[in-house]
Design a protein around this ligand. Structure first.
Ligand SMILES: Cc1ncc(COP(=O)(O)O)c(C=O)c1O
Length: 391
């Protein structure tokens, strides 16, 4: 078996293998429609946004889908619509935009630990964080896997809390055989370019609650009512017609994207399951991830190398990976002051996580090559620890 590139062997890929790739196929029909939008003079608040929203409600089987400028703006609008105060419980092991939305709205994030196998919020730890100041729980579907929604709903009900889901990465994921989108008070998806469904940039708020939907619609448009009154201080967070068109064109391909992502994730698991010290995110009963990202968790002692060394070794092979989500949110300067408790599962997960390339256009042979490379790194692991040569 050849040495890894970092030890002088040949590179696995001659050109960089990207971490993600939205891979828009050439589509003259789309370009023609874009031209139509430009010529129509209706660039915003037009028919494509309406149609995109309507098609998303059908796809996700939810009453309202409201297109917004990003997931973060959607989260802020949702927190505002729920009229929360005090503290919101949020996972510490996730992308910092989730706690960021809480801080943006003048609320305090209370960081909950993650479950050691699902790497999503640990509902039992979340419940221990409830104080008289707590007004909501914000759950996140890390990497596309839904959290334990049933338990979170029970806890929220028990303590009269609102439940909101940051489903940025979970478009098409299922829970209890139902697509996510209608759980809790509302869910918010990201439509940025690395997501399952993309509009370039954008977000989608989904809810079954008519009054909340109305507030989100007003909130994305400065807080303005249909009759022109500014009812509250909202955001300017609409999705443009061009973005909505892109989403509409891609929505039809989402089932195919999901199927391809799931097949590739299974291939990764099949190939890497025998590698000592490598673990995967485990789905609970009746859940299916959207496989937006494919993380592995590398136990440095068992594998023989720390995740950071593997990350560097893969980079040398031209394989782009990401340490999602490391460091945890509270180790970033903007959130350090909110840490209240030790979060051992989060600390461990953020030391071990490494997301591998995954997107519908990725070839099976490319996944095989990434796995071969992981095996080579493992096979030659002792060489990494050899003392540096001085002369
Ligand atoms: C969990 C989570 N929340 C929020 C966001 C922010 O999404 P956006 O860039 O659409 O605001 C992201 C982005 O990747 C995310 O992963």
């Amino acid at each position: 078996m050849q040495k890894p590139a970092i030890l002088g062997g040949p590179r696995a890929f001659a050109n960089p293998l990207p971490f993600s790739n939205p891979g828009f196929a050439p589509c003259p029909a789309l370009l023609e429609k874009m031209k139509g939008i430009m010529e129509s003079g209706i660039l915003s608040k037009g028919p494509y946004v309406e149609e995109f929203e309507s098609r998303c409600t059908q796809f996700l089987d939810v009453r309202h889908a409201i297109a917004v400028s990003s997931c973060l703006s959607g989260l802020c609008l949702s927190l505002q619509a729920l009229d929360l105060s005090g503290e919101v419980i949020v996972p510490a092991f996730t992308f910092p935009a989730a706690p960021g939305s809480i801080v943006q709205c003048g609320l305090t994030p209370a960081f909950a630990d993650c479950h050691p196998h699902t790497f999503n919020i640990d509902p039992h730890h979340a419940e221990r964080l409830v104080t008289p100041k707590t007004s909501a729980i914000m759950a996140v579907s890390n990497y596309g896997l839904p959290p334990d929604i049933q338990l979170l709903e029970e806890i929220s009900e028990r303590h009269s809390l609102k439940l909101i889901s940051d489903s940025a990465q979970a478009f098409g994921a299922t829970y209890g055989r139902k697509m996510v989108g209608g759980f809790g008070s509302m869910e918010v998806f990201s439509l940025s370019q690395s997501k399952i469904l993309t509009t370039g940039e954008g977000g989608l708020v989904t809810t079954n609650d008519n009054a909340l939907a109305e507030k989100i619609r007003q909130g994305r448009n400065y807080g303005k009512s249909e009759s022109g009154e500014f009812l509250f201080a909202g955001l300017s967070a609409r999705l443009s017609e061009l973005h909505a068109l892109m989403g509409l064109e891609l929505l039809a391909s989402v089932p195919d994207f999901l199927q391809k992502r799931r097949a590739l994730a299974n291939l990764y698991k099949e190939r890497l399951k025998a590698v000592e010290g490598v673990r995967f995110q485990t789905a609970g009963e009746g859940m299916e991830s959207s496989e937006n990202y494919f993380p592995i968790f590398i136990d440095g002692k068992k594998f023989g190398l720390h995740r950071d060394v593997v990350w560097q070794a893969l980079a040398k092979e031209n394989i782009e990976t990401r340490k999602l989500f490391s460091p945890p949110a509270y180790q970033h300067p903007g959130f350090a002051k909110f840490k209240r408790e030790d979060l051992p599962a989060t600390e461990k997960a953020s030391e071990e996580c490494l997301a591998l390339p995954l997107y519908p256009r990725l070839e099976h042979e490319e996944v095989d090559k990434v796995c071969d490379t992981m095996e080579r790194i493992y096979r030659w692991r002792d060489e990494f620890r050899a003392p540096p040569k001085l002369f």
